[in-house]
Design a protein around this ligand. Structure first.
Ligand code: KMH
Ligand code: ZN
Length: 280
């Protein structure tokens, strides 16, 4: 069994695109709520906040003013925390996704393949997805590659060959979405075994599989993610919050005698580029 020495990068995915305030009254959607959730997670050890942007009604939006308001609120409260913006979603056009990335989050998700997403169609067409990858590279925004199934990894590797993304790669292995690979230990082991050397990775296991597969990922040398996007409950029947979910995750990492990465260490571990300003 390998001994892992790098500190573990903890990401908190504070809201996601799907859950509503009816599902969880504490779901952060307003800029101030988002910033408070980021701060709660940061205080417990999260270096990265992954966020989807919602409008005043709580619906996903690509409105640049709203994205700016999120970034500003987070930066005011937790200036050191690294913002990872989601570019995922069913509705937004790729032009809108690229426009969001121009606001220079430190990282942004990149979903390499089209797939069924439960009952929805999650469209990530090859050409447009490549345009978004190129935009991230031009702006110095590190892509977080979302791998929902085995073939998605092959597509990510073809982006390396085409010079659209640069190593070391950062992967989220997403398991348990109906339309992608199931949340099983065997799938996690097999996908991790196929990752390129030197890649950073974390597990995103949906719902009740979140905790066991996240713990397994840490034991296998991965980074770790939690938050209300991935699991609304902290225990069966008990709603969680971003601070409490992060605290629990950090406890597991420490129990395995691994250190927690600060934002400064995270920049080095993930080799985040310095963001460049967007061309006018
Ligand atoms: N919601 C997860 C299934 C993204 O934001 O682009 C994956 C995710 C992807 O976080
Ligand atoms: Zn997300």
């Amino acid at each position: 069994m390998a001994v892992f020495t790098d500190p573990v990068v903890v990401t908190c995915a504070i809201n996601g695109p799907i859950a509503t305030k009816q599902d969880h009254p504490g779901l952060p959607t307003e800029p101030e709520e988002v910033a408070a959730a980021a701060e709660a997670a940061y205080k417990e050890g999260a270096a990265v906040v992954h966020t989807h942007v919602r409008d005043k009604e709580g619906k996903p939006t690509v409105d640049k003013g709203r994205v700016k308001a999120y970034f500003q609120a987070i930066k005011e409260r937790v200036p050191n925390m690294l913002i990872q913006l989601s570019t995922g979603g069913i509705e937004p056009t790729y032009a809108d996704r690229a426009a969001q990335v121009e606001l220079l989050p430190r990282m942004a998700s990149l979903n390499p393949c089209t797939m069924s997403f439960v009952m929805a169609e999650f469209r990530n067409p090859p050409k447009e997805m490549r345009m978004l990858a190129a935009k991230m590279k031009e702006l110095g925004v590190k892509p977080e590659l979302e791998i929902y199934d085995y073939g998605h990894l092959d597509v990510a590797m073809s982006l390396v060959k085409e010079g659209l993304i640069v190593e070391p790669l950062s992967f989220s292995i997403v398991l348990g979405v109906a339309g992608g690979a199931a949340a099983t230990p065997a799938n996690l082991v097999n996908i991790v075994n196929n990752l390129p050397k030197g890649a950073n990775w974390q597990v995103i296991a949906i719902g009740r599989f979140n905790l066991p597969l996240t713990a397994m990922g840490i034991a296998m040398g991965g980074n770790a993610r939690t938050g209300l996007e991935d699991t609304l409950q902290i225990r069966k029947g008990v709603l969680g919050d971003n601070g409490a979910l992060t605290k629990r995750l950090v406890g597991i990492v420490k129990a395995m005698e691994r250190e927690i990465a600060t934002p400064e260490q995270t920049v080095k571990i993930l080799q985040l580029p310095e963001p460049k300003a967007a061309k006018a």
